[in-house]
Design a protein around this ligand. Sequence first.
Ligand SMILES: [Zn+2]
Length: 409
Amino acid sequence: MIEKVTERFFRYVKIDTQSAHNCTKTPSTPGQMELARLLKIEMSEIGFTKTTLSEQAYLYGFIPGTDHSKAPIGYIAHLDTSPSVSGKNVKPIRFRYDGDDILAANGSVMIRESSQLSAYTGNEIITGDGTTLLGADNKAGIAEILTACEYLIANKNTLQYPDIYVAFVPDEEIGHQLEYIDLDTFKSKIAFTIDGGEEGEIEYGCFNAYNCTISISGKNCHPGYANGKLISSIEIITIFLNTLFSQKISPNESNNDMGYIHVSSIDSNEQIGQISLIIRDFTEDGIKAKISLIETIITDCKLTMSKRFNENDFTITASYNEEYKNMESEINKHPHLMDTLKKAVIKAGATPILKRIRGGTDGSALSSMGIPCPNIFTGGINFHSTGEWIPVDSMEKAVKTIIELSCMI
Ligand SMILES: [Zn+2]
């Protein structure tokens, strides 16, 4: 099983599927479709009864169950790699880790020795060559799902599992979480993303996510004749941001179960300006409190400005847009789900580590559609970096988790 999953992984990471921001097409890059086409052929060869590839590079597969008393389940992984680090000419290297710093091809330190790394001393791991990311996020997930499915199909006469739906989807890394998913094709009632990190990790919760745009207008005039007249949008933005930052609610002051308000961009001239914010919190009440804080800052900002200027001569308004929801509430409706998942991880030889993701996944989007979807480890570590690596044993345990889970759920 180890050889099968690593062989697949090595083939997939060599296809450049880095997604791209600011592209209006889906998939955002052609490599994702290339990988999807290759996987479609492979899925037919393994024995998937049905495979469907959409023009947006959503690849679906179906395996008929051997136990129809159970609700259909689904597995999801994403085709793309992060736009932040090159995924071109990835050269995976498999070797036995000896306990030192791991050097890149040019002699620089690619992965510094750490307690996380030293836990795998004497074991086989896979890295890139230090010039690209590795792509374990999320090609390890794809390789693990297909290796597990191959096993389930080959042992259909002895194993009991429900109908299984698989989806490999594009552009997760640029926030297009399941935008074009077809739930008439992906008919699972419970699903799992195989997109987590270190061995044993199960992510059962994530942020609630909103973005917010603060729009500002002032009153411009010639700066030489501006006395008492110029109402600068830039000044209003400065007042707003000074107050916001004084609240100590930025991402760099937030960890564990805390949320944050992050200023992601500012665009302004004297006349008009815009501040883009993202708002994150694990609870709906936390989101409401943060929106209320923003509204209070806007009111204070208006008050400060109206002491000097006519309040009809400037505006500050906020608009809010929900991005994704914490999947926890949907998962909690199925109490057996997390119990079964933990048991499957233990049966696969790993120790369950329950976590909330300080971000979102495809599972957040699916949970919002009423299909609970926790996230399971791939084994990969240091995602989105040239120091990304994955222990070979962890990949095998992820495959076994999927097999056990399919038969236990
Ligand atoms: Zn991922």
